[in-house]
Write a protein that binds this ligand. Structure first.
Ligand code: UT7
Length: 332
């Protein structure tokens, strides 16, 4: 039996900046080509924020869309949890900046760092406050401006990412049979060296040297991360299903982190589900880190692939390593 959490997602919204950058656009800037990017990753295009547009701006836009669609006033939000690895600055938190822009004057909140698993972890945290009964409405946001930390001299990494944000509203569930049924998260810090940004923190504060050595960018050992992602996403997905008495046949939809289409397909094969049960939108957005899952939920709703009562699995792996799985009975 899993860990029932009496909280549910009651609304989803996403926002991507308007500028679209195709693989062909990247060909002009990087020694790469559309064919390699498409066949190795599944990405065709991604969205880029303009200079001066930060994670808080994208997150605020997603949150505004969400609140307008739900008819919720900003002062009805009790807590804001923002997942990001590209905060506007180290402090104040992105949550504070978004709270101010929204005018969410009754909310407290904070940022959470779990890279590509950030949204799953933030949703779990927000849901706990709601399920405990101390908070009625949690605003959970995943927002990243990955272009602010991309090295265009590293062609294996820079082509993968895009910018975007997604937001969900979390409210109390009527019973523990709807909304979040269970989560299975784990971290493995021994993989930290395979995906990281070396400078800008207390270990390597910004200096001329850190800039010259290109230490303020994403560094990734792609093949290592790839193998770990396929293995752990499949293992955690099966684990969370099994301990709740389900098999993958019970799933209506799997919403995976969008890092690489080949990772998604390899996990899909291990789960034994067909394409209709896997949400894929990496072709349009690339890897937006903390925003991939809410943007995918947004697409699932727009494509009418999520209905009340559906069993849904969110599944992700990210830097850390961090892994996350959330099993839900979709509630609206
Ligand atoms: O969300 C966070 C988690 N991140 C991930 O899940 C990413 C996981 N890793 C991956 O998705 C893949 O490892 C990559 C897409 C990053 C790389 O794919 P790969 O199949 O592991 O390629 P590779 O790095 O082994 O490179 C294969 C070849 C190399 O050429 P040679 O040495 O075989 O001649 C690279 O130089 O592809 C070359 N290459 C490129 N060619 C054109 C690497 N990047 C590019 C590029 N364009 N952008």
């Amino acid at each position: 039996m899993g860990r029932r959490i009496a909280a549910k997602i009651t609304g989803v919204a996403g926002y991507v900046p308007p500028r679209v950058v195709t693989n062909f656009d990247l060909e002009k800037r990087v020694d790469t080509n559309d064919e390699w990017i498409r066949t190795r990753t599944g990405i065709r295009e991604r969205h880029y924020a303009e200079p001066g547009v930060a994670a808080s701006h994208l997150g605020t836009e997603a949150a505004k869309k969400l609140l307008a669609a739900q008819g919720v006033q900003p002062d009805q939000i009790d807590i804001i949890v923002v997942a990001t690895v590209t905060p506007d600055m180290l402090f104040p938190s992105t949550a504070c900046l978004i709270q101010d822009r929204l005018g969410a004057k009754n909310a407290w909140g904070f940022d959470l760092s779990a890279a590509c698993s950030g949204f799953a972890y933030a949703l779990t945290v927000g849901a706990q406050f709601v399920a405990s009964g101390t908070h009625k409405r949690a605003l959970v946001i995943g927002s990243d401006v990955m272009t602010s930390i991309l090295d265009y001299k590293d062609r294996a990494t820079c082509v993968l990412f895009g910018d975007g944000a997604g937001a969900v509203l979390v409210e109390p569930a009527a019973s523990d049979a709807e909304g979040i049924l269970d989560f299975a998260h784990d971290i493995d810090g021994s993989g930290g060296c395979n995906l990281y940004m070396p400078a800008g923190g207390s270990l390597n504060p910004a200096s001329l040297e850190t800039v010259e050595k290109r230490m303020h960018y994403v560094h990734q050992e792609g093949a290592q991360v790839f193998k770990y992602a396929v293995r752990r996403m499949s293992e955690l997905a099966l684990q969370v299903l099994e301990r709740n008495g389900f098999t993958s046949r019970d799933l209506a939809l799997v919403v995976p982190h969008q890092a690489n289409l080949r990772i998604i397909r390899a996990m899909q094969e291990r789960l034994g589900v067909d394409d209709s049960k896997i949400l894929v939108n990496i072709d349009r957005f690339g890897n937006t880190t903390a925003a991939t899952i809410p943007l995918a939920l947004m697409d699932a709703l727009e494509q009418k692939r999520l209905r009340k009562g559906d069993l849904v699995l969110l599944i992700t792996v990210g830097a850390g390593y961090t892994t996350g799985a959330i099993l839900m009975r979709w509630a609206y």
